[in-house]
Design a protein around this ligand. Sequence first.
Ligand SMILES: Nc1ncnc2c1ncn2[C@@H]1O[C@H](COP(=O)(O)OP(=O)(O)OP(=O)(O)O)[C@@H](O)[C@H]1O
Ligand SMILES: [Mg+2]
Length: 478
Amino acid sequence: MFGRRGDEQPRASMPMPELVAENEEAVVAAAPAMEVDDDENTSDVVATYHATEQEDTVPLTSEMKKVKEEVYLALMEQIDLQTASQLEKKELEKQITDLIGEIVVEKKLVLNQRELKMIANQIVDDMLGLGPLEPLLKDEAVTDIMVNGPNQVYVERKGKLELTDVTFRDDAHVMNIAQRIVTAVGRRVDETNPVCDARLADGSRVNVIAQPLSLKGCSISIRKFAKKKITLDVMTRQNNISENLCKVLKIAAASRLNIIISGGTGSGKTTLLNALSRLIDHGERIVTIEDAAELQLQQPHVVTLETRPANLEGHGEINMRDLVKNSLRMRPDRIILGEVRGAEALDMLQAMNTGHDGSLGTLHANNPREALTRLENMVNMAGYKLPSHVVRHQIASAVQLIVQIQRMRDGMRRVTHVTEVVGMEGDVIVTQDLFTFDFQGEGEDGLLIGEFKPTGLRPNFTKQAAYFGLDKALLECI
Ligand SMILES: Nc1ncnc2c1ncn2[C@@H]1O[C@H](COP(=O)(O)OP(=O)(O)OP(=O)(O)O)[C@@H](O)[C@H]1O
Ligand SMILES: [Mg+2]
């Protein structure tokens, strides 16, 4: 058993940094093993997985919360965090659980075995993991976790938002957890630095925004790393796309088209980008550029770049533009931008126009036309005051395909448009749809009914596909 704390040691309510690092691994290790099988149907609508440790997810009664609080305070007085931080996680977990058992006897608290285990689990999660968020992180059916201050936590399951019973003690507790997440990637969050992007060890993307900017208390948004690979074939089986649409996307990626994936927030852009990137030849050198690295490329030759915010003195920022420019000096075969949000659009277009074909990126827009307008606006953010026809020209010659994805009201994600950019007519960029989703109604099960309809137009990129020997296959899908 680790020693009781000496009086000289500062009282700490947060684990030591060493514990933090260990905890991050624990998040991955603790997640129930799911077989990673491309052939498995992982429908966002038909997801059936639930956390195995049901007791973890049962909320504590207010009586039990008081008991937990009492045990927690006693535990904090008794353990020596310094020694504790040296222990293996499993050993520490066992010792904490034993010590909690002793405290319960000492304090004559009335608890049955199940309640004791529940409280012990939650305290261990608080100390070693991400506290009340742990059961949500373990639950494979949860794709997003949204903490709005201490008393309101939402999750997304099967494409829909749900309020959970999870609460925190107070805002300081939320801040503790947020701090633990961001220190693991060498950042910090406080009143002078209230906004921060980070990543969990398993790749989940995290955004923290604290008071005074967030009025309700610290807000944490976690986009969970999907343990199951969502490939284009999986998407076909889930009816996110049709078989022919799937083939066209595969041919487009393999024929090195410059592709923009467009969609609203959480519509599945990054997931689709990941799926498309699987078609890239293993012999190519790929450079990925993101604000928070989320992409998981399967190829052996990948350089992953991530932007860096300015430090406390306001120095040292490396933004997307810097990274795109730098990537051009890295001899990339393909450049992949996680999300195009600003002036880097100009550099991306230039890259696409100067031999880095096959580049991919995502952006926020509600339809392909709007995606083009957004691109134009973003190029203007670079501040060069280029005439609009020049910018449009550059867009029209760089971008070849726009794939529009949408999370629909039944929670399903569907590709609503596959649109080609075919050129310019006067000052207007000309596009043609190859596929559109034709909405037809709603089924009894609440799922929307519709069809992914090819428009029958001959793809402009048939010639490019022919170069890769894929033109026949392409024309068969249209
Ligand atoms: N086709 C799909 N099937 C099942 N789950 C999906 C699918 N597409 C996306 N998801 C899940 O939905 C969540 C959001 O997906 P993703 O991160 O790809 O969205 P996004 O459009 O990139 O979001 P953002 O705008 O925040 O960057 C993820 O947790 C992902 O696992
Ligand atoms: Mg994304």
